[in-house]
Design a protein around this ligand. Structure first.
Ligand SMILES: [Zn+2]
Length: 333
């Protein structure tokens, strides 16, 4: 475009304020901000005031063929950047730490519990969603140059593990999505594609996390059958937003994720001289004793936790160390 302009005499009023306002009105809403924290809504809100300045600026660019440096920067999203295992591990670690802190879970919490309790996805899955969304953007483009690049990349870089299309081919296969050649023949709408991708990814990761949870002895008390991605575990239902309610919820999550420290745990790691219950001082303080057998705990701790009668009945049924928290029965109420 610029090369063509070099040979032409460009009028100083190449763009009009009306052109600028029209372009602003066509910007997509609800999109992320740029590196200056500005978004389309900012421009739309002050389009009439800012239009004269932008008109002068863009006409200046056309006249001088020079672009301001700030126009050459932006935020790069990782859709098209092939991340290696180390990059993903670093991002995953950061993401998990945040999810743990939000839920007040200790460092030793099993990874599957961190995601399942809050209904979250690992960062790897979030990146895959972005990449598959970006694929739809590419395939739905009407720009001939983009179409040419896709054809070239697919023929030259299809087997290059560092290329976007090689990564995409693996993702489509991994999540049971149609291969690229079928998508090129019949591309679903953006909404349908997003819905399909979300469904396939959520199913894949829910099953993966549930399998992982079942393999962990620490998570044997966590009911996983009815858990869903995008929906938090009922232990996080807080009806009354007081500090006491939040504390109760934290205790529940720690019981469910088996990170609530009992005296038998302390004794194992020499943090207590004996594993006996601190209240009755008669039996070993394990999870079964804590929730079911101790003559004093039901009057104190269980009352504080506000366990439902149905839940207590279920716990009684599952006695002998196989206590099971059912999703349909929240620990409260
Ligand atoms: Zn006791």
């Amino acid at each position: 475009m610029m090369k063509n302009f070099e040979d032409q005499e460009i009028p100083s009023n190449y763009f009009t304020a009306a052109d600028i306002i029209k372009a602003i009105e066509e910007l997509n809403m609800n999109k992320s901000t740029d590196e200056f924290r500005l978004c389309a809504e900012h421009l739309k809100f002050c389009k009439n005031e800012i239009a004269p300045y932008l008109t002068k600026l863009f006409n200046n660019i056309i006249e001088t063929l020079k672009t301001p440096n700030t126009f050459k920067t932006g935020i790069i999203f990782p859709e098209a950047i092939p991340l290696n295992k180390t990059n993903i591990a670093q991002l995953e670690s950061f993401h998990r730490t945040n999810l743990r802190h939000i839920q007040s879970l200790p460092q030793r919490t099993a990874i599957a519990a961190i995601y399942l309790l809050i209904g979250g996805l690992p960062i790897e899955a979030e990146l895959h969603k972005k990449q598959l969304s970006f694929l739809h953007n590419l395939l739905s483009s009407n720009v001939q140059r983009v179409k040419d690049i896709i054809i070239r990349q697919m023929s030259v870089n299809y087997d290059n593990p560092n290329s976007f299309f090689s990564t995409i081919r693996e993702l489509l296969s991994k999540y049971g999505l149609p291969p690229i050649h079928l998508l090129q023949e019949s591309l679903p709408s953006k909404i349908k594609w997003k819905s399909l991708v979300t469904k396939q990814l959520n199913t894949y990761w829910l099953n993966t996390l549930k399998d992982e949870a079942e393999s962990k002895s620490t998570l044997r008390y966590m009911e996983t059958n009815h858990l869903l991605i995008g929906k938090h575990n009922p232990v996080w239902n807080i009806f009354d937003k007081t500090k006491a309610e939040v504390r109760k919820a934290i205790i529940k999550t720690r019981i469910v994720s088996r990170t609530f420290t009992l005296n038998s745990d302390r004794a194992k790691f020499n943090q207590s001289p004996y594993p006996l219950c601190q209240l009755c001082n008669h039996y070993e303080e394990n999870i079964s004793h804590f929730l079911l057998d101790c003559p004093l705990y039901p009057k104190l701790e269980l009352h504080i936790l506000n366990l439902s009668r149905t839940m207590l009945f279920k716990i009684q049924q599952k006695k002998a160390g196989t206590v099971c928290f059912n999703l349909n029965q929240t620990l409260s109420g």
